[in-house]
Design a protein around this ligand. Sequence first.
Ligand SMILES: Cc1cc2nc3c(=O)[nH]c(=O)nc-3n(C[C@H](O)[C@H](O)[C@H](O)COP(=O)(O)OP(=O)(O)OC[C@H]3O[C@@H](n4cnc5c(N)ncnc54)[C@H](O)[C@@H]3O)c2cc1C
Length: 448
Amino acid sequence: MTTDSHPSDEKFKVILVGGGTAGLATAHFLERAKKEGWAPSYLQVTVYERNEEESNSVRYPLQLSHDARSALQTILSPHSNGSLVSQSNYGITHGGVNIVNPDLSHLYSNVKHQNEQPQWVHRKVLKDVLSEGVNIVKGKRVIRVREVEGKFEVVFEDGGNELADLVVGADGIGSLVRSQTHPSFPNFPLLPYVLVQFKLATPIAQLPVMLNKDSQNIILGNQCNSLHTIPLHGNELPHMTPRSAITLSDQGPFAEPDSTVLAVQQALRDPNTGYVLVRMYLNVSGEGAGAGAGWEDLTEAAWIDKILNILRNDGTDKGLVEVVENDLIPGTITATGIVSNGPGKHVPYSNGKVVLVGDAMHAVPPTNGNGVAAALKDAQGLVETLLGCSEMAGGAGPIASLLPQTYHASLTRSEIYLKESLHLLEISNQSGLSGFIHKSTLRLMDMF
Ligand SMILES: Cc1cc2nc3c(=O)[nH]c(=O)nc-3n(C[C@H](O)[C@H](O)[C@H](O)COP(=O)(O)OP(=O)(O)OC[C@H]3O[C@@H](n4cnc5c(N)ncnc54)[C@H](O)[C@@H]3O)c2cc1C
């Protein structure tokens, strides 16, 4: 496949900065197009990822919304999609995928959902599937992107550099590519919410009876009434010493977990392990300016104390507080400030040869799986545009003339997600409504 605009002996190089959801999905789709013959062989795709190792967050499951699932169905080949689906196993044995409690399992049995995609996926499972066939170089941090004689130069921390025909900034919320190509958007502001997640070693069948039987959600008091407990089915965790979390917290921030806790932490590395995931969106708007800033830096022990205090002061059912005291698995707490570029404050389109995707372009709160959906939809949109451009032997025109429209579509979509997420966060933080909202969500997902 050659075109007037691209000599066959020259590569068309695409560099993706960042190997998260958006970067891997873009690269996977492009490689699949090459393999299946709808992209020319001169297309060369490389992902540069700063981290050598996966971060802790890879052990948390991701919610896959309807949009995320439909994007995955386009991006993945039937084989890879089958692999994702088969590893998911609909919550009967898999740790990353199930949705609600066992009482509802008849509603989404293997039979009903045969060959359908999961609503929750273990990040590692998704990353592994998206990484298949992708040329990814780990441990390479990009520190500069600049135009050099019609091409784009990517400079690495180790002093190396590479020229590309197209650079895709898929480097997440703190995007370096965005800060260099759009200096007026160096950072997205923090919303007054903190997302706290942790895991419980409670055997799923023994979840306290007061947990809402028909919803993931428990309605609490004033502060944290959008707390979700999500039982993710899979192999049982080893038994943990009762009150490990609170003991660790009593011993201070640098206490060593005991051997039973270490065994549980080890078991969690296997994506087939079942556990209870708890998520809280804390409204920290009362904390003053820069609400939420610094919360995520608290030590683990401080977080355990903070969580237990919040739950007790919020009038949470004593049985649930006891479960958290006994079964919170040390080493599994993450607290993340929620950032957003705010509706109507989009990163402008600036250049046809450097493009942003995923959180780098638009920070979307993770509510309802919108963060991943936005990243996957961006990847799908960008690849579809790229495959149609004249540089790839398509008939739709040069890439630089097509990208503004793709950009616009992505920003419009992310703005819708953003408004929906903010609305949900606000409503679910009004006492009493969160159960209703989450039931409605389940209903929308055709699961209730
Ligand atoms: C705790 C937590 C829970 C979440 N839960 C959900 C959920 O349930 N559902 C949902 O939809 N969303 C969720 N989200 C949001 C979701 O993870 C993001 O929206 C989504 O991953 C965005 O994908 P991305 O590829 O744009 O960015 P990221 O996944 O952040 O990937 C960016 C990648 O770029 C790499 N990188 C950064 N800078 C450089 C550099 N200079 N050079 C090279 N590499 C670089 C990073 O190491 C990273 O691997 C959650 C987020 C958090 C923090």
